[in-house]
Design a binder for this molecule. Structure first.
Ligand code: GLA
Length: 372
């Protein structure tokens, strides 16, 4: 059994498929080359010692029921990881975890899920366990509920299974990851809207409200899953039937049904290297997130418009919304001009770390030494 090791888990950016994962519909993210890193050392007893930069270190036993720290404490991600791993595996050994990152926190790039995933992988390795993607997907999304966020499984699947040079088509129930090769010359930027997507109670409620409204719309049409609805009827027919529904239920329902169709169209466009079509789908997604799901903000709208005005083929908010980042798509030769245009139009000057180039990078499983 290894006594020490290194785990690297990237952040992710979602290309398309927003607010559909929790309805078990497919999404198309990719991993960034920005990561959480954990240097771990096994401990002979079931205890975790975790440190991260200048934050107060956290230490707790894992052979007794885990009580969360007060809300907002960073140690809850470490406890959530231990808790999730313990649902499925016996962990007689503990670990000392030294955590560092070049992935910006609270930017909608999945730093929290990456941290949770990294801690879980480190603890499993310290116990000589090499878990599969499917096994990890059984515990990680549920595991994050310990910290109070109730998202879907996109983030964990993306940060685990992404491949260098590929976007990742993720299906749910059962979780399955299919790498889609990124066409040569396609380029992406992730740009921050300068408003924060806080995981506050208020934003969490807004997020959940979208979920319940979409589900109510679905049920009103007599279906229990979106997959059943989309298998039985065209989007046009669902749209016609949804017309009499209460407005929020109808809008959220339609966003989900249409976005699900866009994900598959985007995969087709990527496979055909059809950049115009792909860009249009990103723009359509943003329009729906703005006007139907209503999770955009004025600054995300201005940012995505600045990107289009600067020559981007497509731009949309990415992640949970209510602030955070936009993903911007163009062809490589246009990248410098698009970047400069966004800086001039949106940031009024050099954007520094607010813009990063998103190259399709390796997920945690690809980064893991195979002998571990
Ligand atoms: C958050 C959640 C994801 C997903 C997105 C919206 O990032 O963590 O599971 O629901 O929002 O697509």
């Amino acid at each position: 059994m290894p006594e020490s090791g290194l785990i690297r888990v990237p952040g992710r950016v979602n290309l398309i498929g927003e607010h559909v994962d929790y309805h078990n519909l497919s999404v198309l993210p990719m991993a960034l080359d920005r990561r959480i890193k954990i240097e771990w050392q096994a401990l002979p007893e079931p205890r975790i010692d975790a440190s991260s930069g200048s934050l107060d270190p956290r230490s707790f036993r894992i052979d007794q029921p885990l009580e969360p720290y007060p809300a907002g404490d960073w140690g809850n991600y470490v406890k959530a990881a231990a808790n999730a791993a313990l649902w499925k595996w016996k962990l007689p050994r503990g670990a000392s975890l030294r955590i560092s990152a070049d992935l910006p926190p609270a930017a909608g790039l999945s730093s929290s899920s990456a941290l949770l995933t990294a801690c879980t992988l480190a603890l499993l390795q310290a116990n000589g366990i090499s878990a599969t993607f499917e096994e990890l997907m059984e515990v990680l999304p549920e595991g994050e509920y310990f910290v109070g966020t109730r998202g879907g499984g996109m983030d964990h699947a993306a940060v685990l299974a992404a491949r260098t040079g590929h976007a990742l088509l993720i299906d749910f129930a059962p979780a399955r990851a299919t790498p889609i090769p990124m066409p040569a010359g396609w380029a992406f930027l992730v740009a921050h809207s300068l408003t924060h997507a806080e995981k506050s109670a208020a934003v969490r409620e807004e997020y959940n409200e979208r979920r319940w409204a979409g589900t109510r719309g679905l049920q009103a049409l007599g279906y229990s899953t979106f997959r059943d609805a989309l298998a039985a009827e065209s989007v046009a027919s669902l749209r016609a039937k949804a017309a009499p529904l209460p407005v929020r239920d109808r809008e959220c329902f339609l966003h989900v049904a249409e976005e699900a169709a866009r994900v598959h169209q985007a995969v087709d466009a990527m496979r055909a290297a059809d950049h115009l079509r792909f860009g249009q789908l990103l723009n359509d997604s943003h329009t729906s997130l703005r006007h139907q799901l209503r999770i955009s903000t004025p600054s995300l709208d201005r940012l995505t418009q600045a990107a289009r005005d600067s020559g981007a083929l497509g731009a949309r908010l990415t992640g949970a919304g209510f602030g955070g980042c936009a993903v911007v798509f163009c062809l490589e030769p246009q990248l410098p001009a698009v970047r400069a245009g966004i800086e001039a139009r949106f940031y009024n000057g050099p954007a520094g770390d607010h813009i990063l180039e998103a190259r399709p990078s390796a997920g945690a499983l690809e980064l893991m030494p195979t002998t571990a």
